[in-house]
Ligand binder design. Structure first.
Ligand SMILES: [Zn+2]
Length: 285
């Protein structure tokens, strides 16, 4: 069974109820095993694959999530759309805890993650607009239909972690125009673009990052309560979004991201990745 819509659960979202599951797979990929087994099912007549990014028991920190294996495994299952769920901190007063944001931009502050499926060859995909615009609009509409507070754009800075940012970093990111801080949207979004999968995220705000002096005394219990409430909300939004996802990707730029991106020649494909690279680029040969 293949699935055309993938859902990647973030912190607090380890299960995805309401879907009629029929199968569960944990494929071995040239990039290793995904974070956990992937559950396959249907909802509203659409085929769906659910994968918890950190594993069902949250065994991977953001640095160690097997992003490449996750994206490649979803690609081999026929996934063309990925809805990614991310818990984030807010860098703006107006993006309050329990609000949802559909980010439109990313700043990469990761440094210990392989950020291409095509290592070590040269493949340069366009990433000016890192999220799929048509999927973003589906998510905005779905969040509004759920009567939740949703911000229609935002710049997400992805830091390495696993520590939270310092005050100096938090102020620096604000001065750069960033709105949200998290640890998991990258390299996931880049890898999805390389796999020509339409990718967009729902960022749910758990707290103000440490720049917000008055919020300094916020206790961890409150953050956890927000995380759980957000998990409930984003699941509702995803269920609302699934029937709104377009049936066809005709004309969608994500679907042809590799058309002019592969610089190296097939002869340069390394033996251990040859099959993967051929699979990813097969429609151009
Ligand atoms: Zn797209």
């Amino acid at each position: 069974m293949t699935a055309r819509i993938g859902v990647i659960g973030g912190s607090g979202v380890y299960d995805f109820e309401g879907v009629e599951y029929r199968d569960e797979v944990c494929p071995d990929t040239p990039y290793g095993k995904p974070s956990d087994s992937i559950r396959l099912g249907t909802y509203a007549g659409r085929e769906l694959a659910f994968l918890p990014r950190h594993g069902r028991t949250h065994r991977f920190n953001p640095t160690n999530v097997p992003y490449a294996a996750n994206i490649y495994a979803l690609k081999t299952l026929g996934v063309e759309w990925i809805i990614a769920l991310n818990a984030v901190g807010s860098l703006r007063i107006e993006l309050a805890p329990l609000h949802l944001v559909i980010p439109d931009q990313l700043i990469d502050r990761t440094r210990s993650r392989v950020n291409t499926l095509f290592d070590p060859i040269a493949v340069h995909v366009g990433f000016a607009d890192p999220f799929c615009n048509s999927l973003r609009h589906v998510l905005i509409r779905a969040a509004k239909e759920c009567a939740l507070t949703v911000h229609e754009k935002g710049t997400y800075v992805c830091m390495e972690g696993p520590l939270f940012s310092t005050k100096a970093e938090s102020h620096l990111y604000r001065s750069w125009g960033a709105d949200l801080i998290g640890m998991t949207a990258l390299p996931e979004a880049k890898l999805a673009r390389e796999a020509e999968i339409c990718y967009a995220g729902i960022a749910s705000v758990t707290d103000y990052d440490c720049w917000h002096e008055e919020e300094e005394t916020v206790d961890i219990q409150m953050v956890i309560r927000n995380l759980l409430k957000n998990a409930e909300n984003v699941k509702k939004v995803v269920l609302k979004a699934i029937p709104l996802v377009p049936q066809s990707r005709d004309g969608d730029p994500c679907a042809s991201a590799l058309a002019t991106a592969v610089i190296s020649k097939p002869a340069d494909f390394p033996p251990d990745k040859r099959e993967a690279f051929q699979f990813l680029t097969k429609k151009y040969r």
